[in-house]
Design a binder for this molecule. Structure first.
Ligand code: ARG
Length: 483
């Protein structure tokens, strides 16, 4: 950050305010103020430290606005040419890192405008005609978010792809499916992967909804009431790729629904990633031993040489906290704000920026883990021996083959499970005569349904875990999400 330049008499920024007699470098303060802002006022007011990441969008918005002003005769063509050239140069300076940002100028908007005044003089002072920082910042934020929504959609697509590849590889790899984290019924690992593909598919849908609704242009709303200049809002909307101008000028400057919608979608993505990350933490633990992450995605311990910690997964799980926090934070900022703009709304940016940056970290990190993990199919199969996971198959067999009511079959199977537990064996190894003492309708053919492979193969209902269904579902997922 450059040193505070506020009090210097020959501050070049003063050109923007036409060399007024005041000693005030901040063009926003105009002729109204006799005193400088105090240091603490300046500090609480300044946002340029973080909102400078809006700069490319601010420049795009200003270019569109100036061109429209020229096209409607509000601004001369020569002034517009000078503004466009000056903005070009500022864009280059920002890219090269030579732009100096001054907190005395509050925010990204005033910094760019002031630099423009330094570069081109008088025409810069005409740029803010028929515009306010209120419609300007709302425009910048929407442009910023639109770009980020597109990047996030790409990142989620890559994550889905990594899951689909594992699903294809493991369409028939069996594992214990859980409810309550207790062994429930055997499933395939591929099926489990595709469950997440659906979750991230809905997440992409939410981002798409958000994008569709947010793509309206606030420009021309000015401070809150519209403007007395004959602006062409359709033109600025079209040139910035918006679908239409926002209908109501008051709503246009005070609405931050698009930020909330994004943050809500982001928080849900964070929760989804956190659930997957939690499973990776469990699966990579030797207690499960289902999954091994590559060395490149694993950390060691400073004291225990044997450790392979899934830190990346834990961080993905942990960062769900900041994503949820960002949503709650902005909801709380906006709650109770009267129409229209209030400076509280400057607090929208940090949660928004942090959420986007966090998502652009955790989504690719998860994709890397899923893409790089190796799955120990033997270990997963071995764990299906625990917990009598084919008990439902036995009950279903009693219903299908012997005509029992399901409730009776459930009860009978429960007794068989208790018997197996007593004998320390699994259901398939129960001696037939012992089984028949529980219910004499049981016969040897029941054994066929008690194997793990028979169990998963039998769950061939649409959306079920049968390997055949999983292979088809993976193909369908490719078509639906990766095309
Ligand atoms: N930095 C401000 C923000 O982010 C820009 C808008 C300022 N508008 C105003 N009326 N003070 O909200």
């Amino acid at each position: 950050m450059s040193p505070r330049t506020g009090t210097s008499i020959d501050n070049p920024l003063r050109r923007l305010i036409g060399m007024s007699a005041t000693n005030n470098p901040n063009p926003v303060r105009g002729g109204r103020f006799r005193e400088e802002p105090s240091a603490i006022m300046e500090r609480i007011n300044a946002s340029v430290d973080f909102d400078r990441q809006l700069a490319p969008y601010d420049i795009a918005g200003s270019r569109a606005h100036a061109s429209m002003l020229a096209a409607t005769g509000i601004l001369s063509v020569a002034d517009n040419d000078a503004i466009q050239e000056g903005l070009d140069r500022i864009a280059r300076e920002i890219e090269e890192g030579t732009m100096t940002w001054d907190p005395a100028l509050e925010d990204v908007h005033m910094n760019i405008e002031a630099r423009l005044a330094e570069l081109i003089g008088e025409p810069a002072r005409r740029l803010h005609t028929a515009r306010s920082r209120n419609d300007q910042v709302a425009t910048d934020l929407r442009l910023w978010l639109r770009d980020h929504l597109d990047h996030l959609d790409d990142a989620l697509t890559r994550l889905q792809e990594s899951l689909i590849v594992q699903a294809e590889r493991h369409a028939a790899s069996v594992m214990p499916g859980m409810t309550h984290l207790q062994p429930a019924q055997p499933v395939t690992f591929g099926h489990h992967m595709l469950a997440y593909v659906e979750m991230f598919g809905r997440d992409r849908g939410r981002l798409k909804d958000c994008r569709r609704r947010m793509n309206e242009s606030p420009l021309g709303a000015a401070a809150l009431a519209g403007t007395s200049f004959p602006v062409d809002r359709e033109a600025t909307a079209a040139s910035l790729g918006f679908d239409r101008p926002a209908a109501n000028s008051m709503d246009a400057v005070s609405d931050r629904d698009f930020c909330l919608e994004f943050l809500a979608a982001g928080a849900i993505i964070g929760v989804h990633l956190s659930r997957l990350a939690e499973e990776l933490v469990l699966w990579t633990s030797p207690t499960f031993g289902f999954v091994r992450l590559p060395d490149s995605l694993t950390t060691g311990s400073s004291i225990m040489p044997q450790k392979r910690n899934a830190d990346a997964a834990e961080l993905v799980r942990g960062k769900a906290g900041r994503l949820t926090g960002a949503l709650v934070s902005l909801l709380t900022v906006l709650k109770g704000l009267p129409m229209t703009y209030g400076k509280d709304m400057q607090e929208d940016k940090e949660p928004l920026f942090d959420a986007a940056a966090t998502l652009m970290l955790v989504i690719p990190a998860t994709a890397a883990m899923i893409g790089g993990m190796t799955v120990d199919t033997q270990a997963m199969r071995a764990r299906t021996d625990d917990g009598f996971v084919t008990a439902t198959d036995l009950a279903d067999w009693l219903v299908r083959e012997k005509g029992l009511a399901f409730r009776e079959a459930h009860h009978t199977t429960g007794r068989l499970v208790a018997l197996a537990e007593e004998k320390g064996c699994d259901l398939a190894s129960l001696p037939l005569d012992a089984m028949r003492r529980v219910d004499d309708r049981l016969d040897a053919s029941v054994r066929q349904v008690l194997t793990i492979d028979a169990s998963v193969a039998s769950r061939a209902s649409p959306g079920g875990t049968a390997p055949q269904r999983v292979a088809e579902a993976a193909e369908e997922a490719r078509r639906r999400y990766l095309a």
